[in-house]
Design a protein. Structure first.
Length: 370
């Protein structure tokens, strides 16, 4: 009999950090230190060090982080920002909130990451930034994208929401472009107990502007240099993130072991395509995404048997109602085809070998019946 296996198990994560976290939360509550303060500064310092960036600016959520990063590098209303078509809608939403125009480009067929060849073709005189998304836990080929932009001053701003701890040629996601926005939504590799995010950069000017933007345009109370937002990292969330950051390398290692186990269990199944790791990448497996025929039928069959499989993402950005105007006849064949094939299997640091065997047994049975 198959027991319910969730797509992600946040209860197990909290159970592991509960004792460590309790004293910090009690201290924050006793001091009524709810905004800013030592806990936020500690997390910002530690996360910047973790990824090898000079600065980390904690903000309220990942969408704010990406918008603030884009504004800080100079994106303005009316400009164009290249994004992969295969991404969560927040990537496009952050661009649109500036009044800029998201321009979807296709991804490669092997890794479903932004294709540098399509980047070169999509650049126009109006292009103000490129946003490669580090998808499913591995980094986009940032250095190849930068090479495609050679001769221009177009900045690369990473969407690092799914890649805390991932590396490319030894350098960490979040420290590869001029700036990055990341999300600490609970289900991420490094997740808060609610919404949270951060901008990371090694450029002092970008860091200062991002910090101003996140705090009403102000470094000192009632002195406002630029129009800004109220987008600050909550102190309680900073405490949660600090507890989890101490465990992130180990948790990522557990994700890698689980992904390797799926690889072995599914190696001889001809009806699906397994995920691949791009050369030079250290994958941290935010998601384990296979590609299957008759995906919707397979997903339904798995969910009926208690397996919390999912889809990331069922529609490319330009096929959503919100951004359907972005298609413009551009060739986005890989993103559109993959959207009907991709299937995310349960994967989290605390998943067991027995649970993975159950997932595989149900998946294989569903494939045979589809």
């Amino acid at each position: 009999m198959v027991t319910h296996i969730p797509l992600v198990d946040l209860v197990a994560q909290h159970r592991e950090i509960a004792e460590d976290l309790q004293a910090q939360l009690e201290s924050i509550l006793a001091r009524a230190a709810f905004v800013g303060g030592a806990e936020v500064a500690e997390f910002e310092r530690d996360f910047a060090r973790f990824i090898g960036a000079k600065s980390c600016i904690g903000v309220a959520n990942g969408t704010d982080a990406l918008e603030i990063a884009l504004r800080a590098v100079g994106v303005r209303a009316g400009g164009e920002v290249l994004i992969p078509a295969n991404t969560f809608i927040a990537t496009a939403g952050a661009v649109a909130r500036i009044g800029a125009i998201p321009v979807p480009v296709d991804v490669d067929d092997d890794y479903l990451l932004m294709d540098p060849h399509h980047v070169a073709d999509a650049v126009t005189p109006s292009t103000q930034a490129v946003v490669p998304v580090h998808l499913f836990g591995q980094t986009a080929p940032v250095e190849q994208i930068q090479a495609a932009l050679e001769g221009s001053d177009i900045p690369v701003v990473e969407d690092a929401a799914q890649s805390q701890g991932a590396r490319r040629h030894g350098a960490s996601a979040g420290a590869l472009g001029l700036a990055a926005g990341t999300s600490f939504y609970p289900g991420k590799n490094l997740g808060a107990a609610g919404d949270a995010g951060a901008v990371t950069t090694s450029d002092e000017g970008v860091a200062r502007t991002a910090r101003l933007l996140a705090n009403h345009g102000s470094e000192r109370k009632y002195e406002h240099e630029i129009p800004g937002f109220n987008s600050r990292l909550d102190t309680l969330q900073a405490a949660v993130l600090t507890c989890k950051l101490r465990r992130l390398d180990r948790w990522n290692g557990a994700r890698q072991a689980a992904a390797a186990r799926y690889d072995k269990l599914l190696a001889d199944e001809p009806r699906l395509r397994l995920p691949r790791t791009a050369p030079g990448n250290e994958h941290v497996w935010h998601l384990y995404v296979v590609r299957v025929p008759h995906r919707d039928a397979v997903l339904s069959a798995m969910q009926e048997r208690g397996i919390g499989a999912g889809i990331h993402y069922p529609q490319p950005v330009h096929r959503t109602a919100a951004f359907s105007h972005l298609a413009n006849g551009r060739s986005l064949v890989v993103s559109e085809r993959a959207a009907g094939e991709i299937l995310s299997l349960p994967l989290y640091p605390h998943i067991t070998a027995d649970q993975q065997q159950q997932v595989v047994d149900v998946l294989v049975g569903a494939l045979r019946r589809a």
